[in-house]
Design a protein around this ligand. Sequence first.
Ligand SMILES: Cc1ncc(C[n+]2csc(CCOP(=O)(O)OP(=O)(O)O)c2C)c(N)n1
Ligand SMILES: [Mg+2]
Length: 276
Amino acid sequence: MKLAETDTKPAWCPGCGNYSLLKTFDEALEEAGVDRHKLVLVSGIGQAAKLPHYTRGNVFNGLHGRALPAATGIKLSNHKLEVTITSGDGDMYGEGGNHFLHAIRRNIGVKVFVHDNQVYGLTKGQASPTSDLGMVTKIQKHGVMSLPFNPLAIAILEECSLVARSFVGERDHLRATMVAALKHTGGFALVDILQPCPSFNKQNTFKWYKQRVKPVGDDHDPRDKEVALRLALRWGDEIPIGVLYRSERVSFENQQTVLAEKSLVEQYAAAEGGIS
Ligand SMILES: Cc1ncc(C[n+]2csc(CCOP(=O)(O)OP(=O)(O)O)c2C)c(N)n1
Ligand SMILES: [Mg+2]
């Protein structure tokens, strides 16, 4: 058994993009030098949300769409912890959509990795907020009629401190993007990860993504909001991947004078004469 493996066997379908995502996430944690004792893997419900069961770290598995409130509480109780969220497009942008909007605005210092397969995978293939217009599913028999939610554009408009996209089929790119998010100290980091769901999304396949993803050039300046927004709005023959946007912000927890010297848990321990 490798260091990061647990004895829980992944309950993902054969060919699922989550296998590659998990492997890359583990490599990124090692590369970024994250101490597993300080790592908290928070998730909600869904296939994506099972990831914390399959690697080493402290785990909080909450309700559908509610990873962010739990992660916020954990981060503010002990801001010295590395708090990551692994979530699906339904979990984060649908059921958790309102939390998504406001956690970015507050700039809570959590790292959010969204396994974006453009479908509700666990519940067998209903449309999600990121499903393409016209996509036919077992429920949307006449095709999806709602316009897709654009998480990157919304995050950029809210001046999210780091906004990125990657693809499980570009492992080096994905690892580097995850490392950039894990090393980020300025607050909320969003990594939207394109992840094929071979069982329920027959439209956005591995090949479909592979033909379209295009890394942003080294000359891209992520501090340029207008250019970042233009890249985020591109979705078609070409889908830009990479760190699209960074804003200079101070995280919510680092703005709290009460947390300047000690975390809340340390203050509690001192007041109680130590946690036994
Ligand atoms: C409050 C609530 N509503 C609905 C469900 C049913 N449900 C479980 S997972 C899921 C969708 C998950 O989709 P996504 O977050 O995209 O994750 P994926 O399985 O695709 O990785 C739904 C609707 C639930 N568990 N709780
Ligand atoms: Mg999904």
